[in-house]
Design a binder for this molecule. Sequence first.
Ligand SMILES: [Zn+2]
Length: 477
Amino acid sequence: MPELPEVETVRRTLAYQILGKTITDVAVYYAPMIENIEQNQFIEKLKHETFRKIERYGKYLLFILDHYTLISHLRMEGKYFLKSIDEPRNKHEHVVFTLDNQISFRYHDTRKFGKMALLASTNLIEVMQYPPLAKLAKEATDPGFTKEELYARLQHTQVAIKTALLNQEVICGMGNIYVDEVLFLSKIHPETISTCLTIEDASHILENAHLVLAKAIQAGGTTIRSYTSSLGVTGLFQLELLVHQQEKNPCSICQTTIQKIKVGGRGTYYCPLCQIKKRPKIIGITGSIATGKTTVTQYLRTLGYKVIDADEIVAEHKAIGRAIYNVLTGEYGRKILLDNGEIDDRQLAKLIFENEENRLKINQMVHPIVQQKALQSIYRMTDSFVFLSVPLLFEAGFDALCDQIVVVYAEDEIQLERLMKRNQLSKEEAKQRIQTQLSQQEKCQKADYIIDNSRDLCYTIEQINEMIKEVKQHYGH
Ligand SMILES: [Zn+2]
C-alpha cells in the first residue's frame, strides 16, 4: 500500500510528466471509483482542463486544473501510467485521460479500492474542506505538528500505539511500513496502549517520523510487493528498513532477533529487547497465610484501586477446561476430581500439604499460568500503578515482576490462632502449613512497606493509607 513517501514520489514523477498538458477526453470504465459526482459530469467538466499543479496531503493526490481540483486516493494498489494512446487498454485501467500530446494518462487499480472526486475549486483551503480531507490530522512531516498536540490526540484514543499511528485522524501519512520503523527508532513496543505514553514518547515519535519519511522520500519510497510509482520509478527505501519485514534478522542495535506479531490485524515487526512494552508499575502484596492480606486488598478495592489477585486467577482457571484444570488433571487424573468433574479443593490441599514433592510440582505447573494471566491483565491497564496480590510472591518468583512490595504481617501467635480458627486445623496442622512458607521475618526484610495487621482494623487502615501516599509520590495517580 502506498504511504506518504510513495505518494510523494508519484506526485513528483507525475508533475514532471503532465503539468501544462490539457485533457482532451476522459473515459471511465468503473463508475463507483468516482465518489462525489455523476460519471458524465466528471467527463464533461474535465475536458479542456489543463493540469496546473499537483499537491499532496497525506496519501491524497490533488491535481489542480484550471477550474477544478481532482482528488485521487490510491488506496491499496492504485497506480498511474502514461502510455501511447494506441496502446490497448489493460483491464485494470479504470479511468483514462487523453492528453493533448497524444499520451494517455491512465489510472490502474487491480483491487478497485481507489477513489476520485472532482471539486469545483482550485483554492486549497476550500479543497481541504472536502469531508475525507477535512477530518485528516496534520501530516507527520508538518513542522507545526507539536509533541503536545500528538500527546493530546494519543490520550484520546485508548488503543495500541501501532493502531493509533495508522489512524489518519491522529497523525496523517504513515502506514504499516513506516509506523513499524518509527516505533522501533522511538523504542516503543507496538502494543503499548496509547494513553500510557508520555509527552517525551510523543516527541520521539514525531522526530523519528520526520527522519524516516524524509529518508524514504529521498529514496523514492519503498518497493514492497506491488508498489511502483508511474513509469517504473522504483523506490529503494526497502534496503534501509530496520524492522519491517526483517523477521528473524538480528536487530541492528542489539542483535536480538526481530519478531513479527499481529496488532489490530496488521503484521507488525519489532525488536523485543529495544522495544519493551510499557505497563503500570506493579506493587506486589504478600503475607504469610492468615496474616490478613485479604483485609488489605479489600480495603484497596473499596478505595477504587486495581488489585489483581492470584487466588482469584487460580479459581477462575481451575474451572473445567481452563488452563490450570488441564495441567492438574493431566498430571493427577481423576483422583483430584469430584463426581461432577470439578477439581476437589480438599484433595488438592491434601496433595499440596502432605507431600513436599507434589507441592513443588503443583506450584511449578500453576505459577507460570498465574503469572501469564496476571501480566496479560496488567498490560491492558492504563493506570500508573496496580496492586498484585500473591500469597507465595517470593517463593514463586513474582517479586521479580514487582516494582515495589508490600508485606502484610501479623505476630506469629496471632497468625497461628487465626489459621486454626479459619481453616479448622489443629495446632500441628496449622504449624505445618506455616512452615512451608518463607518466614515472616524474611519476607519483611525484602519489603518496601510493612503493614502490621496484628491489632485492630483502624490501625491497619492507617498504615495502608500511609503506604498509598508514598506509592503515589513515586508513581503518580
Ligand atoms: Zn534491538
